[in-house]
Design a protein around this ligand. Structure first.
Ligand SMILES: [Zn+2]
Length: 851
């Protein structure tokens, strides 16, 4: 009887479970079409709607909003595991936290966690919004994991906690789907969108994994740091004519701070996925091809105990199918090879194909994670154990508390802190590597769980010499090769090789000090420095309030203090004291009262009417420029091709800024026929005439990096880009940090020291026969990364100021605002903007005092 009763209850339970899972909606029931159907694609709202419904119906699924995106949309993570595991989710999360910091547990405790814990897998879909397949697949994956009860699915659910991010860039998903639907059925169906699919950074949104400038990066790091996944699948799409799917292993080089255990695990997981897909008959899966693992900008996980499995599926035209004949495919994928034993034969390729390949890749990763659960957890523990017990050199990095730009130094430390790095402060003075450091010095010890992350970002990179054959040019890296934050940000940091001892405490937060305002001597006004980025924000705030502000154009001394060129001088006016007091609350700026007017030449500054050129050939550099300008409180307006073609630019602007866009793109834009008419074309000859008129009438044109070509060619400047036609074998700088020497008497270099580190990437190098060189390259310029052909740089110019009619052309020949990382060179740009709109007052009585 008892037995029958149990059977009966079980039967009821089984029926009940089936009823519950029967209520979990299929994606097609919510979307109205099967995932991956030709010309059908779910947008952000539909995807969120689907996950909200499935969350309600399934006890295996919990949907969480982590925060809001750049444009205010929900950023969600979907946690999928067995209902049993869901009941103890917090316990498993804490297990991860404990394994990630072996200083707090014994090996015995670790073994217990390893036997009980779950493998944590994070799947990031479609960070590049136009690579939309994975975001669509995510719904089908969630449905199957919520409803299937086969042995394999159960095994995954019991052993794995899946953190599924269905849209890594929800704003972008909405934008590309809206654009796609708008053009469906026209000749532009599946074509490019003429703006960035992330408000600021477009395709660069997956190159932000150590600087964390964008909200979406920060939200992902929040999930990552809470859960410490061992496996991260980062799902992308690539071109159409190569392999059908790329998976790791990567090609050389690996960044040297990535643990060798991780590198082997990447290879093991990558080839496991490749084997599973090949076994399913999915042709064209390749590994060990093209993608390297050098820059941490795409691989946060590699420094935090997790493997990054990059998948790159062949693309279609968003959701519009394509046909590729075998003859049209890249030669490298036509024959079987050790990297791809089963080539794809060509033919039709659809969004559904991408969904199925992506689905199989994730299922393979989950299967591997479940089967090898203990291996994943144990190696995760070992990696961190190695990190905390490492005893090699360097022993630490020291960040002196006395900095030229302390605010920026604190920003740098907070970036490290977001990446889990512990920063200490010394409680006494101490000696390290033969130097004495005072109490209050910041210390980053290498023996800590994320010491490798800190080291990668604080040391200078020595990019390895990899050539296909002796005498060949350097193998082109997949991305840039220099990422030394102290150089990029202009922060003094010392690498200490030998161990030292000092009492220090762990900083729970790193705040910047308040600024200073010294009154009592302020009859005339105030002076403040020009050496920090905060100084510039203060300038912007005061100009916006209508104060008269000047830059000294020469050195001067008052009351025993010497002031450099570029010192900022503000004239007193009702309310100034209050405004300065409010500025020093959040900016580290020091205002000093000024009794009398200095008898010096000055630049009279004004709030620049700044125009930032925006091409319909969407430019990430334009987006990064907007981002940086906004962070430092500049006002600007976007200037479009039609505005430039219309002319009369002086009516609206003092300064026009051309971001890093090629001359041909500025001139011609996107060809007619490939986008709707309103987005085609460039500024054309009429635009050149109008910009010329704008400068001759007194306007300033600033060009960034490759846009120099536009100014040099179109305005016939006696300046030559001397590396333009040098081959890669002779001259090659694949994104490195170089040194320049500044002319500190020139307003563009005001506040700088004699030399500065600049980021150099796809940059011109100038021979100057007209205008004034503001920064030039010394004989040894490489600081971090790689450089072939130093002689091409020596004594050549990096920044040029060319007088032109009543105005000027300012050419900055490197990415001055590089991915919002190069804080150390931001002021070259900021100075250029103010200088472009300023008026030089030669009259020494330039400070009329009204009594
Ligand atoms: Zn991508």
């Amino acid at each position: 009887m008892q037995k029958v009763k149990i059977l009966y209850v079980s039967l009821i339970l089984l029926i009940f479970t089936n009823i519950v899972s029967a209520q979990v909606p299929k994606p097609e029931e919510v979307l109205g079409f099967k995932v991956g159907t030709d010309r059908k694609v779910a947008d952000m709202f539909q995807i969120i709607d689907y996950f909200t419904r499935i969350d309600k119906e399934s006890d295996r699924i919990v949907v969480k909003e982590v925060g809001k995106t750049t444009m205010g949309n929900p950023f969600i993570v979907v946690i999928i595991t067995s209902s049993q595991n869901h009941k103890s989710l917090e316990k498993y999360r804490k297990y991860q936290q404990r394994l990630a910091d072996p200083r707090k547990i014994t090996d015995k405790e670790a073994e217990k966690i390893i036997s009980e814990g779950k493998a944590i897998v994070m799947v990031n879909c479609s960070i590049h919004a136009s690579e939309i397949g994975a975001s669509q697949m995510s719904m089908e994956l969630a449905y199957d994991l919520a409803t299937k009860n086969d042995k394999k699915t159960r095994h995954i659910l019991d052993n794995v906690i899946l953190l599924l991010v269905p849209m890594h860039n929800p704003d972008g998903i909405q934008m590309v789907v809206d654009w796609y639907k708008k053009n469906l059925g026209t000749k532009f169906e599946g074509g490019r969108m003429p703006w960035l699919y992330h408000k600021y950074v477009g395709h660069d949104n997956n190159r932000d994994w150590y600087m964390f400038t964008q909200v979406e990066s920060q939200l992902t790091i929040k999930v990552h740091n809470a859960w410490h996944p061992q496996i991260i699948v980062d799902m992308h799409q690539m071109g159409s004519r190569g392999a059908r799917l790329f998976v790791p292993p990567y090609v050389d080089p690996y960044e040297p701070n990535v643990d060798p255990i991780l590198r082997q695990q990447v290879a093991m997981m990558g080839t496991f996925i490749a084997a599973e897909l090949t076994a399913e008959g999915k042709a064209g899966v390749i590994h060990s091809s093209g993608f390297d693992a050098w820059t941490p900008a795409r691989a946060y996980h590699h420094y935090h105990g997790g493997i990054r499995i990059l998948t790159e599926a062949a693309s279609v035209r968003l959701a519009t199918p394509i046909t590729i004949k075998f003859e049209e495919m890249s030669a490298s994928v036509k024959k079987p090879s050790v990297r791809m034993p089963l080539p794809w034969k060509g033919g039709a390729w659809t969004l559904r194909d991408i969904v199925e390949y992506d689905y199989s890749a994730v299922k393979a990763a989950l299967t591997n994670a479940a089967r090898l659960r203990e291996n994943w957890l144990r190696n995760f523990y070992r990696i961190h154990k190695k990190a905390i017990t490492q005893s090699g050199s360097p022993y630490a990095f020291i960040i002196p508390s006395k900095q030229r730009d302390l605010s920026t130094a604190i920003k740098m430390m907070n970036v490290l802190k977001m990446g889990g790095v512990e920063i200490h402060k010394s409680e006494a003075s101490f000696w390290a590597d033969g130097c004495e450091y005072p109490e209050g010095t910041y210390i980053v010890y290498m023996a800590q769980p994320y010491g490798g992350f800190a080291k990668a970002l604080l040391e200078n990179q020595e990019y390895p010499e990899i050539r296909e054959y002796p005498g060949a040019p350097l193998k082109t890296p997949y991305d840039v090769v220099g990422h030394t934050l102290p150089l990029l940000m202009g922060v003094e940091t010392v690498q200490v090789e030998k161990s030292f001892k000092v009492k220090s405490f762990l900083l729970s937060r790193i705040d910047k000090p308040k600024g200073k305002y010294v009154s009592g001597n302020d009859v005339f006004g105030y002076v403040w420095g020009h050496t920090t980025n905060d100084d510039i924000v203060a300038l912007n705030r005061l100009l916006k309030k209508g104060y008269k502000v000047f830059w000294s154009a020469e050195k001067f001394g008052i009351g025993g203090t010497n002031y450099r060129q570029g010192t900022m001088i503000i004239k007193n006016k009702e309310g100034l004291a209050g405004d300065l007091n409010s500025i020093i609350k959040d900016l580290y700026v020091q205002f000093v009262g000024l009794k009398v007017k200095p008898e010096i030449k000055t630049y009279e500054l004004r709030l620049p009417r700044l125009g930032l050129y925006k091409s319909w050939s969407a430019s990430m550099d334009e987006g990064w420029t907007r981002w940086v300008l906004e962070q430092y409180e500049f006002q600007y307006k976007s200037v479009f091709n039609k505005d430039i073609r219309k002319g009369n630019l002086n009516n609206d602007f003092d300064v026009i800024l051309l971001p890093d866009i090629r001359e041909s793109t500025i001139m011609n834009g996107i060809p007619e026929g490939s986008v709707p008419l309103e987005y085609s074309g460039g500024i054309g000859e009429i635009g050149v005439k109008n910009i010329k008129e704008f400068i001759q009438n007194g306007g300033a044109l600033i060009t960034l990096n490759s846009a120099a070509e536009f100014a040099i060619k179109r305005f016939h400047l006696a300046i030559e880009n001397c590396v333009q036609s040098v081959d890669r074998k002779s001259f090659f700088v694949p994104g490195s940090i170089l040194r320049v020497l500044n002319d500190t008497d020139h307003p563009i270099a005001y506040g700088y020291e004699r030399d500065t580190a600049v980021f150099f990437w796809r940059s011109p190098v100038f021979t100057v026969n007209e205008g004034r060189s503001v920064a030039r390259y010394p004989s040894h310029s490489l600081l971090s990364g790689w450089l072939t052909g130093e002689k091409y740089l020596f004594n050549k110019s990096a920044i040029v100021d060319v007088p032109f009619g009543k105005g000027k052309i300012i050419i900055i020949g490197f990415p001055v605002q590089y991915r919002a990382q190069s804080h150390g060179t931001f002021r070259f740009l900021f100075n250029s903007i103010f200088y472009g709109a300023a008026k030089l007052e030669m009259n020494k009585s330039s400070f009329p005092i009204h009594h």
